[in-house]
Design a protein around this ligand. Structure first.
Ligand SMILES: [Zn+2]
Length: 428
């Protein structure tokens, strides 16, 4: 049965490429969130014709949802011949903006050298296509499978997933009674299993001063100079502290195996002029703000992460009379990591060994993806990311996905299904 299924996927190699091209040709740029209904209809129609129950869910009331840009999600389900687990493949259908530097049409789906090119080919329409064809082939070849398979195409992953997986999870679509195994075909390379991601804390730090005429700055109090002292303290104590923290999480690339902090933005004083020779009024800035993006490790507690920054501000204040500041939370996501011996990770690992002839590498993503919502809101731990596509190509110009890589990963996905849901499978 295993051999027949693999032969069948091999025979559908061109179909995987064609489906990827069709998906790339529907520009689902986010922001603003274009053509979500179109891509859901396209996929839902295909799966409905193949006997799946298809539902379309609009994330009404979520921040980015509007009549101009409705946040549509598609969930397709097919039940097997008997009771058993449900394996769910979740892909986001949105893509990031095109940007500059392309040598091919970003929405043309052109094939060159065995690769499908276009915005989203790698992240993650190639993975979506591979999972769709894997599931279809599995249903055709193993009609007496147990349990159920589901495929979802969801909105807004690139902007945090509120209108996508978070909304579905809040409405019970990922509850443990309904779904027991989730695979997210994000582009993490066909021989790697991604177990989770680091945590994130975004915050705004503001230093305060007092406005005065710029010719007599001694009459005011410059908020930008205060921020300068903050940045100096950060260089002196905080960055070395973060670099010294190392995690047992297998984060890639290696630099992300430590805690990190990025300063996303800095602004103080009058608005930046479009044209640099535009005059500004001579004023001492009374506000300066930075936005920080702190990535933290599973060993770190978020309250300790916040306290480190607060302590640093206190140290700055100790040597600056009248130093006033505020720290405002913007958002936070806790780190998560599925264990290697979780059922879905074990099944995917076994399939990688059989298809690629080598054990998988286990990785953790430096940034977050929709697993956070499945874990925190859906309360489902048994979730990994696994898909074709080379991580470093995501969001780049001339993004591509290899057709052989998609076919190999589709084989791994189908074999995973056979392992869990097949007549001899592990499903309860
Ligand atoms: Zn992605």
């Amino acid at each position: 049965m295993e051999d027949d299924l693999m032969t069948e996927i091999g025979a559908r190699r061109d179909e995987i490429a064609d489906l990827t091209r069709d998906l790339v040709r529907i520009p689902t740029s986010n922001p603003p969130g274009l053509n979500y209904r179109e891509i859901c209809d396209f996929l839902g129609g295909r799966l409905e014709r193949r006997g799946f129950d298809v539902e379309h869910v609009r994330a009404e009331g979520t921040p980015a949802d509007s009549d101009a840009h409705p946040r549509w999600n598609m969930i397709a389900r097919r039940d097997g011949a008997g009771p058993g687990d449900c394996v769910h493949f979740n892909s986001h259908h949105d893509v990031v903006e095109v940007g500059h530097g392309w040598t091919v049409d970003p929405f043309g789906g052109e094939i060159r050298d065995g690769r499908v090119h276009g915005r989203g080919a790698c992240d993650m329409k190639g993975g979506l296509a591979a999972s769709v064809v894997a599931v279809e082939a599995f249903c055709d070849m193993v009609p007496d499978f147990r349990g159920a398979v589901e495929i979802s195409a969801t909105a807004d992953e690139e902007t945090g997933g509120r209108g996508g997986v978070a909304h579905l999870a809040e409405n019970g679509w990922f509850s443990p009674e309904r779904v027991q195994h989730v695979i997210i075909p994000e582009p993490l390379n066909k021989d790697r299993i991604c177990l989770g991601h680091r945590g994130v804390w975004w915050a705004e730090i503001e230093t305060k001063g007092r406005i005065a005429h710029g010719s007599m700055p001694f009459l005011g109090d410059c908020a930008v100079r205060h921020m300068g002292a903050v940045l100096e303290e950060m260089e002196r104590t905080l960055f070395p502290l973060l670099a010294s923290k190392r995690t047992r999480m297998p984060v890639v690339p290696d630099g992300a195996r430590s805690s990190t902090l990025n300063i996303n933005a800095i602004h103080g004083g009058e608005p930046e002029a479009e044209n640099p020779v535009e005059p500004q009024a001579p004023c001492v800035p009374d506000r300066c703000r930075i936005v920080i993006d702190r990535r933290f490790l599973i060993e770190e507690d978020i309250s300790a992460v916040k306290r480190e920054v607060a302590d640093m501000m206190e140290r700055v204040g100790a040597s600056r009379p009248g130093f006033e500041y505020e720290i405002r939370d913007i958002s936070e996501v806790l780190p998560n990591m599925t264990e290697r011996d979780s059922p879905v990770a074990v099944a995917v690992a076994g399939a990688i060994r059989r298809i690629l002839g080598k054990p998988p590498d286990y990785v953790v993503s430096p940034g977050t993806y929709d697993q956070k919502h499945i874990d925190r809101i859906g309360r489902l731990k048994n979730c990994v990311a696994y898909g074709p596509g080379i991580l470093e190509l995501a969001h780049q110009p001339d993004e591509w996905v290899g057709i052989d890589d998609m076919a190999d990963s589709a084989k791994v996905m189908a074999l995973t299904l056979l392992d869990i849901l097949g007549p001899e499978g592990k499903s309860r």
